[in-house]
Write a protein that binds this ligand. Structure first.
Ligand SMILES: [Zn+2]
Length: 313
């Protein structure tokens, strides 16, 4: 290596460790609340759920004629490993906001396949552990933690799930027993779908490549826990349940300083395969986009396309 090249290398390395903006920080939408964030060195997955099971979802009934086997909550949980293998090749970390099926179902398979370290609540740990993911691949994070990792860091933010009270396809028998709140430490694999539970909800402020990305996985937040954060990018839950929360969009964007990029998350119809048109979900999303534009006219709002890179400059 010549001296000039070595110097260039040293400058590049110190720029990266000093948190200078990276030229190749990318986000990819995996559907539901799932994302891949990469700076070319570290790959972080958020709530990766690629199975998109054929079952009733809070805002979407099943697609008539879906040829896949249909699941009910009493069924044994099963990942669509072909869908995962088609799209997930590597991951260094998996961050879980909460452990409902549409966030956590595929975590055991992806953690085993990639060797990624799973960061999440005790419920996330208990789930992964039940499927044999070793303890040195699991970090139980609590709201308030601020973790220094290899080349990036993450502030773990106490958060709230949001309210499914009026979700059209989840009206339950009023006399039914309440849903479990956590996945217990002694849970055995394989889980049935109705053994998944919220387990508490976290948000994450990811610092990587000289940028800050604020990640939510559901339709709520605790204002005082995000007040003063200044992310470059905010991934904001956009399903209709957000309307259950007072002044949801503008209160959040004000608290976090009107980020220059806002990406809606958890907006698509996630009980159909990736090739089914999302036109009705994009239509449903327009009121969220209008809310963002009204509250924060300078923010750029992008409707992500599945697996297409979005550059963070
Ligand atoms: Zn949920």
């Amino acid at each position: 290596m010549t001296r000039a090249i070595m110097c260039a290398f040293v400058v590049l390395m110190s720029a990266a460790t000093a948190g200078q903006p990276s030229a190749n920080l990318q986000l990819k939408y995996l559907g539901t609340a799932g994302w891949e964030i990469s700076d070319g060195r570290t790959t972080i997955l958020i709530d990766p759920y690629l199975s998109r099971l054929h079952m009733t979802a809070p805002n979407d009934d099943v697609l008539p004629g879906d040829p896949r086997p249909r699941f009910t909550p009493a069924d044994v949980a099963q990942s669509d490993t072909a869908a995962i293998d088609a799209h997930i090749q590597r991951a260094d970390f998996i961050l879980i906001t909460h452990t409902h099926t549409d966030h956590a179902l595929d975590v055991p398979y992806i953690a085993r396949k990639t060797g990624a370290t799973v960061i999440g609540t005790e419920s996330a740990r208990n789930l992964a552990r039940a499927y044999g993911i070793p303890a040195d691949q699991l970090i139980v994070a609590r709201g308030g933690d601020d973790l220094e990792l290899d080349g990036w860091s993450v502030r773990v933010i106490p958060s709230l799930h949001g309210i499914l009270r009026r979700a059209p396809f989840l009206r339950r028998d009023p006399n039914a027993p309440p849903q479990p709140a956590v996945i217990p430490i002694d849970v055995q694999a394989p889980l049935h779908l109705n053994q998944f539970a919220e387990g508490g909800t976290l948000a994450y402020l990811i610092r990587i490549g000289g940028r800050q990305i604020l990640v939510f996985g559901s339709m709520n937040y605790i204002e005082r826990e995000v007040e003063g954060l200044r992310p470059d990018v905010a991934l904001v839950g956009a399903m209709p349940e957000r309307r259950e929360i007072h002044d949801y969009t503008s209160r959040l964007l004000k608290a976090i300083g009107y980020p220059r990029m806002v990406l809606p998350t958890h907006w698509d119809r996630f009980n159909v395969t990736y090739d089914v048109s999302q036109a009705p979900a994009i239509e449903r999303l327009q009121s969220f986009i209008a809310d963002v534009k009204a509250a924060s006219p300078k923010s750029v709002v992008t409707v992500p396309k599945y697996f297409e890179a979005i550059e963070v400059r």
